[in-house]
Design a protein around this ligand. Sequence first.
Ligand code: ZN
Length: 284
Amino acid sequence: MNKIRERLIVPNIEAIIDYCKKNPKELEALLTLEYSNEKIKLNQPFFADVDKEKDIKELNKYYDNEPYIIFGKIFRVARNFDFERHAYPFIKYIESIGIKPINYNVDILPKKEPHKNNFGEPQIADAQNPLVRYVMGKLSTDAFAKDDWETARSFFSSKCVYCGKKRSTSIDHAIPINRDEVGEHKLGNLLPCCGKCNRSKSSRKHNEFLNILCHEKGEITKEYKMEIMDKIEKYMLLYNYKPFEQEMREKISQKLKELYVETNKLADKYVEEIRDLINSRQDK
Ligand SMILES: [Zn+2]
């Protein structure tokens, strides 16, 4: 199991570090779980900043003892690599930053990613995005019922806030409930709109979408845009909705990204277990 670490990862670490010294952003990225998961399929950041890790036990469990110095700081490299899961993404990753893999017989590497998605196959995002909405939806402590929503809706004369024409039939989140924007499910962030506008707004913020409708599509006038933006601002004040400040948004966003990775990990675990179950039946 650890052959991949000794034969593939370790021999290429110096080259990755050299690359990071020239591109400090890459080092920052490799210290995050999300990037390390996206590029190398790791369930932990590729590098650990030793000064920042408080829990030495955890550090020793997940990171190799060998210290590497980058910009005068000590870093350690993830230790839990698995051939099937990590060899191919690792090679692809180092090639993508211009490193030729050394000291390894590339011929014996898996030629492809272990599993390619079949046409129409459900994607992990189908589970991750609703889970993020679920978690963010649970946070609100101000209860509100359908009546309260109807009152909020009448603030906009029951019309779609975006096109200003159609009746509002659906609920949009001005600041979207996703891992990047971190909107909340609270009345001041809920806007009435029509189904068509809700679909085409997608994961944009309300003001971005109004700008598109006005300046790119020409579907609303500049006057209407200014008027409705002003009205939305008043509405947010009325319901005391304040989007998170940047620092908090980034912290929550980081948590939600961890939720993404954890969801992926959990789903993979069950895929493996169920696959084993099916295979054990075929063996008999
Ligand atoms: Zn509309």
